[in-house]
Design a protein around this ligand. Sequence first.
Ligand code: FES
Length: 179
Amino acid sequence: MTQHVSPTANRKEIDLDEVREIMSHFKPRDYQEAQELILSALQEINERFGWVSLEAAEIVAEHLGTTANRIYGLLTFYADFRTEPRGNHFMLLCHGMSCYVAGSSRLVQELADRYGIRDGETTADGELTVQVVNGCLGVCDRAPIVKLDDKYYGNLTVESFNEAIQRAIAAGKSGESAK
Ligand code: FES
């Protein structure tokens, strides 16, 4: 069973050759254009690997003629960027108004009690990362709902929530989870 928070558990490093390959497609003509490409480059790396490591950030900085400190600043400023790897499975837990009214707090509590994780955290065994979304996933008629890997699970009770997690873990690593 998954227990306790440890952001660096099962840490999978980013393939820096792939980062260099991604960066080779960014060919700014001047300094100004290079600055404008920084966020796009970080987004592409974040989407590809699920996070941006410090080493990857340094490659971006070098390629686009800025400092690593500036890149770290952007990574921490924008909530979409992760600076720790995702677990094998990634969950978006909707905590928007409809889901809240339908009981999403119970699911948030279950994650804390049973899996030892809160928003943005990964279980110690590296299986599950959760992101709590305060907006709306756009499927309020099935509230409360989560998106686990590529699938939506709606009308959740604590029991069906746990079942969905356990089934995903038993099925093995999501093909998309590290991307
Ligand atoms: S509030 Fe959760 S899907 Fe709309």
